[in-house]
Design a protein around this ligand. Structure first.
Ligand code: GAL
Length: 318
């Protein structure tokens, strides 16, 4: 087996690794991405210890392709049970709350994946260091893969997979530090998929031209599947039927959605899909599959590109 090689800095090549300013493999697994003051910030799972917690790695970039490491935003900490060595902490997602505090939400787990909690950490700058706050099962529900979304009116949302009930969209408190209520739940997928307990996980949401798009994968562990999306005029739904985001049977170009990033430029708004091509035997070298996504008139579609760049000023993809 040869490892996926890395792309030249400044270029995105789906299936090839990113390297940071030191030439180290960027740990952008299960990534969350935000753009603050023109800079893209990314928080990823550091897979140095394979499936168990190796820290939340933080990177910045002007163009989603040239990455600078800022070390660990949240480190392994043996004094905090949720962050202790041997635990599982996945899908770090950050929102800046209306008071300007950076709030990191996390999937906090035990090694056997029975804990199913969401955790919070806070910082006064994107790269941290973050102070751990606590974890819980939101409103008593199982919570594994998560996503976050903040609306134009400042309302924050947690998207969370609960295999007992489906994928929940929860409204957060005004400071994003607590879950207030479920605004919608997408029921389990119809049983037309060949593997897994069926549902939607690894959720992420965007708003384009006033329409909300909710993305998720099927529940097939580290194996990839045909990821889907639904639309609604409000985070409360009702959600449309779910549709494939890539050619059916391509397993989303062999990737699992982690986040879709809107890039608002002077000429256009582009949407960037950031997905993971997990290698369960070598999670550290799992390759990013990042692609432009066409979003228009209620349709979202991944566009395959062997290599591409983003102009962060105009928003155009080349
Ligand atoms: C997937 C999930 C990943 C990770 C993996 C462990 O379903 O999306 O984040 O938890 O399972 O098997």
């Amino acid at each position: 087996m040869t490892l996926p090689s890395h792309a030249p800095r400044g270029v995105i090549e789906p299936g090839r690794l990113f390297v940071d300013q030191h030439g180290a493999v960027a740990q952008l697994h299960g990534v969350g991405i935000q753009r603050y003051d023109g800079v893209f910030w990314a928080w990823g799972e550091d897979k140095t210890h394979g499936g168990t917690f190796g820290g939340v790695a933080c990177y910045s970039s002007p163009d989603l392709a040239t990455w600078t490491s800022h070390g660990h935003a949240l480190a392994v900490d043996e004094t905090i049970p949720d962050l202790a060595p041997g635990r599982v902490v996945e899908r770090p997602k950050v929102l800046r709350n209306p008071a300007g505090t950076y709030v990191m939400l996390l999937h906090v787990e035990s090694a056997d994946y029975s804990l199913a909690r969401v955790g919070w950490a806070v910082a006064d700058r994107p790269q941290g260091p973050y102070t751990y706050v606590r974890s819980e099962r939101p409103l008593g529900n199982l919570s594994r893969d998560i996503g976050v979304f903040d609306d134009d009116d400042g309302t924050g949302y947690l998207l969370s997979e609960d295999r007992d009930h489906g994928l929940h969209v929860y409204r957060l408190s005004p400071d994003y530090l607590a879950v207030e209520e479920i605004v919608s739940t997408t029921l389990t997928r119809p049983g037309d998929h060949p593997v897994g307990p069926h549902g939607y996980e690894s959720p992420t949401m965007i708003k384009a031209d006033g329409l909300y798009y909710l993305f998720g994968s099927d529940l097939t562990g580290w194996s990839t599947n045909d990821n889907q999306y639904a639309t609604a005029t409000s985070p409360s739904g009702p959600w449309s039927q779910w549709r494939d985001v890539a050619p059916p049977g391509s397993a989303t170009y062999d990737s699992q959605v982690s986040v879709v990033v809107p890039v608002r430029g002077s000429e256009t708004t582009s949407y960037v899909y950031a997905g993971d091509r997990w290698d369960s035997r070598d999670l550290y070298h799992s390759a990013p599959v990042w692609l432009p996504m066409q979003v228009q008139d209620g349709r979202a579609e991944l566009v395959w590109r062997d290599r591409w760049t983003l102009d962060p000023v105009t928003g155009e993809i080349a």
